[in-house]
Design a protein around this ligand. Sequence first.
Ligand code: URA
Length: 259
Amino acid sequence: MRLDKYLIQASIGMRKEVQPLIREGLVTVNGNVVTVPETIICEKTDCITYRGEKISLGKRQYYMLHKPAGYITARSDAEKATVLDLFQNVNTNSLFPVGRLDKDTEGLLFLTNDGAFDQFLMNPKCHVEKTYFFWALGSLSEEDKAALCNGLSIGEGEKLTKPARLTIVREGLYDVLKEEIISPIICKVKMKPEGQPVVAGYLTISEGRKHQVKRMLKAVGCYIIYLKRTTIGPVALDESLPKGQYRALSEEEVRSLLD
Ligand code: URA
């Protein structure tokens, strides 16, 4: 295994962080400083240290969390509740969230201590698809739907979004559909919903830009009032998990995500 990959898997940092640490001479292999990140080491027999401390891969942890609204996706925060606060009876010392969901977004979030797993799922080149269910104020014309699927501009100077898939499951007036609408969790929307058209659907994207789904819908004149991530790659949110609960991913689920 490459030395930089070993450090990532030992949760020392991401690739762009561990490579400079190696080059700076902070890592030794069997007592010798090694400054080449690509050096091949044997994870079973070699003794690796970082800043003088022996490091090891330890047991890898992989969890699926049903994130509720109201929690920020971070390891810790001085004021706000974080997704790590939802974990009990689990050693969360080296656990971190894979990617992020906005505070008001619900649904599937992975947490792990495996840097390589995180890098694979987050690397835009790996094109891991994520599906989101949304309710939005507004209506979508056929042109809007095509733009969402084919790519559209969501910010000045940004590239067009990559091809996406859209499945609309409800369209109509708020007043008619309001019993079905999952209670709006996004309060920043100024307009009153009464008398407005609403639309619900699933959007599958393979990128992870900040507020991407909200910005894509906004680009076609719709305002998300509810957002939930339902799948990442081949793994769907286990709907038997109540909001705020988590479970370990099975070996098969982990394998299927890395395939
Ligand atoms: N897109 C968003 O707009 N928000 C999320 O939390 C995730 C994807």
